[in-house]
Structures are given as structure tokens and as C-alpha cells.
Design a protein. Structure first.
Length: 435
């Protein structure tokens, strides 16, 4: 809107200057006629040809005539019309009128001036009229507007290009920063193998990059120190517990609580280092599941289990800590293998979630075991409840599984039946939200 408004303003200003110049031109011609005009009584003295050749040549576009008492007493050689003074504007003595829009003279400029001349001891008002066709004026104005439009288009393109370059110079670093932040949020390492923002940025964005990198580094260092401290704690507790467990002087009734203490310590340490705090690198979940299945085949070789694996799609990447993933799916699959009679099935599917209008990956692990009693199924999904007393599977490690599911914003579903041998079994499904 700015450039069209500017072009309109320039065009209007040029038109006003042309009109002003035209008025000055006709005024000068009128004064020249006044200087040439003479009256002696009733005798008018005017040369046949005047000094300005434009008034001497027909078709020049200029015409002039002199009026006395509403009668044309002189007309220039260039005149091509019969003037009708009564229809023209009439100026008072000593005044002038310039008109560019007359009903009686369309497309014509008119300039009139009334001067008094002395004759026989009296002053007689004489009216001088100058007419000019507006054709040349409109052609000059049209030429200027065309030139203005043509040059204006080039100027507009130049300004638009400069603005686009300026905008790109600002937007490009911001887009790059957003891309780097997105990669950091997904845990994607850069060329140096660390999760951080890289690249050159303007001074204004460098401060943002440095602050985010400092935050990422601090978070990573703090998490590492925390894990190391917990590992040190676990190692410190493991030795005295091992001594107690191996002490023959300890009664059998005391060994069970000691073993329970060891399991509690291991579970609480696992809960302390769950992976939601931080930016996780994407891992191939299907590949990880296959590795766990291979391990289960070796562990339960004597049981002769068939462990089926179906993944649709074949693989998907998900931001989860590798250790946490092994802990989560390994515990569920291990319990399924313990409870199964002959077969375990692992399936991976991608389904739509109507609640969030997004898609979720569902990892389901099913067994053909005896099933879980209905009362204990509700306890499995209740925070703080434990199934450690259920020794046929689906008990050991489920506390850690529940915490991992909660940490990663996933959901855990349990479907189990104990009705008969053919239809009994348990399916535990982990629904991972799309990230």
C-alpha cells in the first residue's frame, strides 16, 4: 500500500505543477497581448500577426480573442472556433481567472484578464481571453504516469528483493535455531556426538544458543553425577548384604528379609534414575525388542517356549533411554515367559488415539499362562500396590515397570483371563505416545 500511495501522491503533485505552469504560460501570453493592444476612440489597433507564432498558426492548439462590451473586437489567426463570450467566465477589472474544466469548453484551458484602457477621457474595460487545447497536457501527464509506473515497478521489485533478503537474513538463523532445538529435544547428537546447539548465529541469538547449551550440559552432568552416586551407593550396600547372605550364622528366617531388602534397594535405585529427566536419543524399539527376545530364548531354553514377534510397521524410533527400555520391556517379557505354558507373542502396532488426535505405538506382550486373578489385575495398575506375592509371573519388577511407564507419559493396560486353559492368559500392553 505504501508504494501505490506514494505513486499517486507524486502523480498528483506533478499534475498540479503542470497546471500551475500552464496558468503561468497563458498569463504571460495575455500580458503580451495587453502590451500590444491599443484603442483610439472607437478604433481598435491590433496587428494581424502577433509576436507569438502559436497564435498565428491554425491547428497550434492556442487561440486568443479580445472582447469589448460582450463583442469580439479581435481574434487570433490561429482561432478555429466562433467565440461566445457570454458563456465564458468574466473577470473583474484587474483580476484574472484560470479554468481547466468548463462545460462550454470541454478539454480546454481558459485564461481571462480584464484591463482598463483610457479612451476619450474615460476608462473602458477590455477582456482578454487565451484558450489552449488540453491534448498536449494530457499526453505529457500520461507519459509521466507511464514512466512513473514503469520505474515504480522496478523500484518495488528492488525494494521487495531487499526486504526479502533482509527477512531471510533474520528468519534463516531463527529457523536453524528452531531445527537445532528440535533435534536437541529428540536427543539427536551433533557431529561431535553430543546433544547441543551448533552453528553460527547473529549476536542476538548467540546468547540464546549459549544459554541452551549451558542448560543441556548442566543437565547431562547432573544426571551423570546422580547415576554415579547411586551406583556407588548400590555397590556400598551390596558388599555388606552379600556378607550377611553368606553368613551361615544367619538363620533361614532372617535370610528372606535380607533378600527382600536387596531387591527393594535395587528397585528404588532403578526408580531414581528413570529417564524422563533429560533429552533422550531415539532408539529402534523393534530392534531392542528382538534382542530381548533372543535373550529370553537362551534363558528359557529348557522350557521350550515359542516367542513370536510381529511388528507393523517393521521398526520405529522412539526417544527413550536404552537402559530404561531394557528394564521396561525386559521385565514384562520375562514375567510373560515365566507365566507362559508354551507360547509368548510380542506385537508392535501403530494406532490412532481419539483422545489426543494423534497416533500411539502399542507394544503388546501376551502369554498363554494361567492368567492373573481379577482382584490382582486392578492392583497392578494402582500406584503403590505390589504383586511380589504373585510368584507365577507378572510380579517381580512390575513396580519398576509402572514407574517407567509413568515417567515416559505412557499407559499400561492389562487384559487377563483365568476361565479355562484354552482361553486363559495375560496380555500387557504399553502405549507409547507419539513424540
Amino acid at each position: 500500500m505504501l508504494l501505490p500511495s506514494l505513486a499517486f501522491t507524486v502523480s498528483t503533485a506533478f499534475k498540479d505543477s503542470l497546471l500551475k505552469a500552464k496558468q503561468t504560460e497563458l498569463e504571460s501570453m495575455a500580458y503580451a497581448l495587453i502590451a500590444t493592444f491599443e484603442i483610439d476612440g472607437s478604433q481598435i489597433n491590433m496587428p494581424f500577426n502577433v509576436f507569438d507564432d502559436r497564435l498565428n498558426m491554425p491547428q497550434s492548439g492556442y487561440q486568443a480573442f479580445i472582447v469589448l462590451n460582450q463583442t469580439v473586437v479581435w481574434q487570433s489567426t490561429s482561432s478555429t472556433l466562433q467565440p461566445t463570450p457570454l458563456t465564458y467566465p468574466s473577470a473583474k477589472t484587474g483580476e484574472q481567472i484560470f479554468a481547466d474544466e468548463l462545460t462550454s469548453l470541454p478539454d480546454t484551458f481558459l485564461f481571462t484578464f480584464t484591463a482598463e484602457f483610457e479612451s476619450e477621457n474615460q476608462f473602458i474595460p477590455i477582456k482578454f481571453y487565451l484558450l489552449e487545447d488540453q491534448g498536449a497536457f494530457h499526453r505529457e501527464l500520461a507519459t509521466f504516469n507511464q514512466s512513473l509506473f514503469r520505474n515504480g515497478v522496478w523500484v518495488a521489485l528492488l525494494i521487495s528483493g531487499l526486504l526479502l533478503l533482509s527477512l531471510l537474513s533474520v528468519v534463516s538463523p531463527v529457523k536453524h535455531l528452531v531445527s537445532q532445538l528440535s533435534k536437541a529435544a529428540k536427543g539427536t547428537p551433533n557431529q561431535d556426538g553430543v546433544v547441543s546447539l551448533s552453528g553460527a548465529y547473529p549476536k542476538e541469538l548467540n546468547a540464546v544458543k549459549d544459554s541452551v547449551n549451558a542448560l543441556l550440559l548442566s543437565e547431562s552432568q547432573q544426571r551423570t553425577r546422580f547415576k554415579h552416586a547411586l551406583q556407588d551407593l548400590a555397590h556400598s550396600l551390596k558388599t555388606p548384604l552379600s556378607v550377611l547372605q553368606g553368613d551361615e550364622a544367619i538363620s533361614e528366617s532372617s535370610k528372606a528379609p535380607i533378600l527382600q531388602i536387596d531387591q527393594i534397594i535395587q528397585r528404588q535405585l532403578s526408580r531414581s534414575v528413570l529417564g524422563k529427566a533429560g533429552w533422550q536419543q531415539h532408539i529402534d524399539v523393534c530392534e531392542l525388542l528382538q534382542k530381548i527376545i533372543d535373550s529370553m530364548h537362551k534363558i528359557y531354553r529348557d522350557k521350550g517356549l515359542r516367542i513370536n514377534f510381529r511388528a507393523i510397521p517393521a521398526g520405529f524410533m522412539y526417544p527413550i533411554d536404552t537402559t530404561d527400555a531394557y528394564e521396561l520391556f525386559g521385565n514384562i517379557l520375562d514375567n510373560a515367559c515365566k507365566a507362559a505354558r508354551s507360547e509368548v507373542t510380542v506385537t508392535v502396532t501403530l494406532q490412532a488415539d481419539s483422545r489426543t488426535n494423534s497416533q500411539v505405538h502399542i507394544i503388546s506382550i501376551s502369554d498363554d499362562g494361567a492368567g492373573i486373578p481379577e482382584a490382582m489385575q486392578s492392583d497392578m495398575l494402582t500406584r503403590g500396590k505390589r504383586l511380589d506375592t504373585y510368584h507365577q509371573g507378572h510380579g517381580i519388577g512390575l513396580a519398576t515397570v509402572s514407574d517407567l511407564v509413568e515417567m515416559y507419559g505412557a499407559t499400561l493396560e492389562v487384559h487377563s483371563s483365568t476361565s479355562d486353559k484354552k482361553s486363559s492368559g495375560t496380555t500387557i500392553s504399553v502405549c507409547l505416545p507419539n513424540k
